[in-house]
Design a protein around this ligand. Structure first.
Ligand code: FE2
Ligand code: FE2
Length: 432
């Protein structure tokens, strides 16, 4: 349970309070609300994976947040310099820990998923500049790496057929088959932790699209999302079902509890859908993403449930997966034809991005699944090494302005054994 603190409300309001960035966040207001403690009483620094994510966190956090406020707040110039340094130095944006951690924090601020990020700092202009620059490079890398499917005619039936064909093109290893037949309890627990990054916020990235759609595709998306959000029954909200699964498996259901343990590719999978969802110009991509997501959920969830039963997990752990066996068999039909198909018919200009979003879902979640599958095959953990996650709690220190070469991203070493960008179309089956 988060503990409320009164330090902020008690603090005298002074105009000379340290400003954050040149375009500083609104000055703290007395009685504007106390902040919440970080997850599980641990330090915010666990979310830091390098200088950029540290700088972003310093701007986003509450002004009185202990532990991260001793250094001078980064200025706009420092933030942008760190951003450019990070993207220039990273062999892969997708696999770069510091960049993906920074994006994760920036999106978390918009979702409100980490309550110790100050809502007063959500629209700090320099942070928006950072996000746009990171997204520009992230999207460019994805578009270059992901094979673009052939475009069908902009007709609901044709689009639906093309999406199902794309989703069925499965040539990679199947993580869910492995979970069904061979995975150990520890490996399943790791998979539950990896999934928590998205699934405790399940459906939220796609909900950004609702106000941006009209007519038939809007009705279809709301029909799917209504199920995802429990159809009026709070206990059936899929996020809540997953939280119950985590608790039953003796894991934390607090959002972000495992964010410091998962590799960059897990953050990248969630960040990609957040990027597609939050940017209106990518409306086609988030719709295509959801269609592919729903199409690759039902059978993997059945296999995962089989594995959980084999290993003796309780009903509350299995319930989430059982729920998706039937629900997503319905959702995939709605998503493919009524959502993606009608959107393509109404807006043929969005067809390329609908197909790109679907391919991106299959590809990036395939990379994530492949990472986990290969770790299992080697008998190793798919999580970040303990010594590095412990190291994430140490301050890296912001470089001074223009200090080149300071982007010593310790965590980039983590995924060295993984190809920076994989070209296989699909090895996924981890997602719901
Ligand atoms: Fe769901
Ligand atoms: Fe679904």
């Amino acid at each position: 349970m988060h503990s409320l603190t009164s330090s902020r409300a008690d603090a005298p309001f002074v105009a000379s309070a340290p400003s954050r960035a040149d375009d500083a966040a609104p000055a703290p207001r007395p009685n504007s609300g106390s902040h919440l403690a970080p997850v599980d009483g641990t330090s915010l620094e666990r979310f830091v994976r390098g200088p950029l994510s540290e700088a972003v966190l310093q701007v986003l956090q509450h002004d009185d947040q202990a532990g991260m406020t001793t250094a001078a707040p980064p200025t706009r110039e420092m933030l942008l310099a760190l951003t450019d340094e990070a993207t220039a130095a990273a062999p892969s944006i997708t696999y770069d820990d510091d960049i993906q951690a920074a994006l994760f924090l920036l999106y978390a601020s918009h979702y409100g998923s980490l309550p110790w990020l100050d809502p007063e700092h959500e629209w700090v202009p320099s942070l928006l500049e950072v996000r746009v620059r990171l997204e520009r490079d992230f999207e460019r890398e994805l578009r270059a790496a992901i094979p673009m499917p052939l475009l069908p005619a902009p007709d609901p039936g044709e689009v639906s057929r093309a999406l199902f064909e794309l989703a069925s093109d499965d040539s990679g290893p199947s993580l869910s088959k492995f979970i069904a037949r061979k995975a150990t309890k520890d490996q399943v627990v790791e998979a539950l932790k990896q999934r928590s990054i998205y699934t405790l916020r399940e459906a939220d990235p796609h909900s950004w699209a609702i106000p941006r759609l009209t007519g038939r595709p809007k009705a279809a998306l709301v029909e799917i999302q209504s199920d995802e959000y429990g159809g009026g029954r709070p206990e059936r909200v899929h996020q809540q079902l997953y939280a119950a699964a985590l608790r039953q498996a003796d894991l934390s259901d607090t959002y972000g509890a495992y964010a410091h343990e998962v590799p960059a590719i897990t953050l990248a999978s969630f960040n990609m859908m957040s990027m597609f969802g939050i940017n209106r110009r990518l409306i086609g991509a988030i719709v295509g993403h959801l269609a592919a997501f729903e199409m690759t959920s039902s059978i993997p969830c059945k296999l995962t449930a089989d594995g959980l039963r084999r290993l003796g997990f309780g009903d509350d752990v299995i319930d989430y997966f059982d729920e998706h066996v039937e629900a997503d068999a319905v959702h995939e039909q709605i998503a493919a034809r009524d959502l993606a198909g009608t959107l393509a018919e109404d807006r043929p200009d969005l067809l390329p991005d609908i197909m790109f979003g679907a391919a991106a879902c299959l590809t990036v979640d395939g990379w994530m699944a492949q990472h986990m599958f290969e770790a299992c095959q080697r008998g190793e953990s798919s999580l970040r090494p303990r010594e590095i996650t412990r190291g994430a709690g140490q301050k890296t220190g912001l470089p001074s302005r223009g200090q080149g070469g300071s982007h010593t991203n310790q965590s980039r070493l983590l995924d060295r054994s993984i190809q920076p960008i994989r070209s296989s179309r699909r090895s996924q089956e981890t997602t719901q």
